[in-house]
Design a protein around this ligand. Structure first.
Ligand SMILES: [Zn+2]
Length: 286
């Protein structure tokens, strides 16, 4: 199987993006892997702190290992690790990549801690990629009433991006380019700053990848533009959380007496699979 770095390098050259989808259980995992299989693309599975606690770090790693053993190109990422210890645990558990989220720390502290994670990853004896986050993109995979205030004022600058990547040695950068976590209830999410993505991309070395967090709620054309401008990984979480819930809700509404989990959770699985499949097709569209 190709390493995550190889997969990302090819995606970068071909100007397509790899989809990153979060899971809390094995049903969502199966839905995502089945969609990736259908579209015939590699896929990244993410677990954030809450998700990791729920599913169990070893269980998440075991699910991915089993899929890999059966020939699927599935990779596992720690999404938004807020402590160095969290990242180290994920590296020890066999994750392919870890993200250290120091976006709430000072620039200097963010650099120091991210660097510590990079050093640990390099010493692991495996190829583990490290992602760092710069700038503010909010912190909830929820339905929101309004755009968080900090988002516009805390976009990543080219200078910061260059310095951060050089000093920390990260492989992947998550910049703030108008993206937010969560989805707005009323309208579409704010537009991405495509110009900023291009400028940051141009300022970074060739072997550095860029990830777009908060992909839920972004328009199809805005996605395509951002990928063309240099985004290599797109994170989708809120959309599939909503699809999972709505699928299960509608199954129970149609069959209120049903108690066999596989007769209503399967509708959640199908809804997740449909969303993931549509997103994956979009990410490879030229
Ligand atoms: Zn994120």
């Amino acid at each position: 199987m190709r390493s995550l770095k190889e997969v990302l390098s090819i995606a970068k050259t071909s100007k397509v993006a790899i989809g990153h989808f979060n899971i809390s259980d094995s049903t969502q995992f199966n839905a995502i892997v089945s969609a990736a299989n259908e579209v015939d693309v590699p896929v990244l599975i993410g677990v954030s702190e809450g998700e990791k606690k729920f599913i169990g770090i070893q269980n998440a790693a075991a699910l991915v290992r089993t899929a890999v053993d059966s020939g699927q190109e599935v990779y596992l990422n720690l999404d938004h690790g807020h402590s160095v210890t969290d990242c180290k645990d994920a590296i020890d558990a066999g994750f392919d990549s870890v993200m250290f989220d120091g976006s709430k720390l000072s620039f200097k502290e963010n650099i120091n801690k991210t660097k510590e994670v990079v050093e640990y990853a390099r010493a692991s004896g495996r190829e583990v990629l490290v992602e760092g986050e710069l700038g503010y993109i909010g912190s909830s995979s929820k339905m929101l009433d309004a755009v968080p205030e900090e988002v516009e004022s805390a976009m990543t600058t080219v200078e910061q991006a260059r310095e951060f990547v050089e000093t920390t040695g990260v492989d992947i950068l998550a910049p703030s380019v108008g993206n937010i976590h969560g989805m707005l209830k009323s309208s579409g999410n704010p537009k991405l700053d495509i110009e900023r993505i291009t400028q940051i991309r141009d300022a970074l070395p060739d072997d550095i990848f860029m990830v777009l967090h908060g992909g839920s709620g972004i328009s199809d054309s805005n996605f395509t533009e951002s990928i063309e401008a240099g985004i290599n990984i797109v994170h989708i979480n809120t959309e599939i959380r909503r699809a999972y819930r709505e699928g299960i809700e509608s199954a129970l509404k149609n069959d209120a007496e049903q108690i066999a989990p596989y007769k209503y959770i399967n509708k959640g699985r199908d809804a997740v699979r449909a969303v993931v499949s549509a997103r994956l097709k979009l990410f490879i569209k030229k």
